[in-house]
Design a protein. Sequence first.
Length: 364
Amino acid sequence: MARADEILSGRPAKWWHPVDGERIQCDLCPRDCKLHDGQRAACFVRANKGGQMILTTYGRSSGFCIDPIEKKPLNHFYPGSSVLSFGTAGCNLACKFCQNWDISKSREMDTLMDDATPEAIARVAQGHGSGSVAFTYNDPVIFAEYAMDTADACHALGIKTVAVTAGYMHLPAAKEFYAKMDAANIDLKAFADDFYFRLCVGHLQPILDILAYVWHETQCWLEITTLLIPGQNDSDRELRELSAWCAKELGPDVPLHFSAFHPDYKMTDIPSTPPASLQRARRIAMDAGLRYVYTGNVHDRAGDTTYCPGCGKPVIERDWYEILNYALDDAGHCRHCGTAIAGRFGRFDKAFGARRIPVRLHGG
């Protein structure tokens, strides 16, 4: 419930229906929260006000920053470009290992500092020369209406949009949401329902359904990230099953990122992921037939680099977020053999690099 002294405010939200004559049900994600008047959903930002669903974080952000697109991570979506990133507060999962827990688990609205309209966000991205805007830090699924309106404003100025998400969303809402997104990095946190239930308070199958939908039924470019947690989701068997599913259900061209865990939030007793575990996961995924497999949060030149599946030569050599060599033409073909690399590409002049530029927005 909201605090006794709290006055709920926000914009009208989508994806809900009345139940029981007294409550309403949120239809955005598989949690299916049923809310009495004045009650907040599990994500904390959607609420029942007077029998209507509202989004309490519309137009409010936890901060804006310009990053390299590779940080999302997206290695096949206009490599070397910059992206204006922002989030709000709250989350519809409850991951005990959350790496952005101070934002995603926030229950304080004063966490949200910047106030900006969708149009203001698009103008700032354009003014800074960013080719895209990313909805990230916390999960954009829960502020989908704000993200979608911002996507419309961005597209009006020729700016692309990126969702960085756990993908925990009902399909009807997802159809509207991903129609507005040009790219997405979706977490596949594990390949076991028990993991999702114990450590995330969620389930695996809805994620798999969304991954297949986005890859096969939309124009949204997709890359996948799995955070490898020692002893939890890093066994050879589970990695083989995850990789085999990706190869069979999505195909060999979907990029897969294995990222290193560091102790945080409610899982401070588990050590950081050894680089060798990431390299092992990468080998397993490539042996399963995936062509573009990466390691993240560690220094691994081979695991950062994109290789041509035709001739095997490096076509984008990376060191963390720096691009050291770029050997693709404007259409994304290998300059060595002409093979098309999967992804979205354009003219490459100079990479944005490993910079991080905080940006402050004020109103609309």
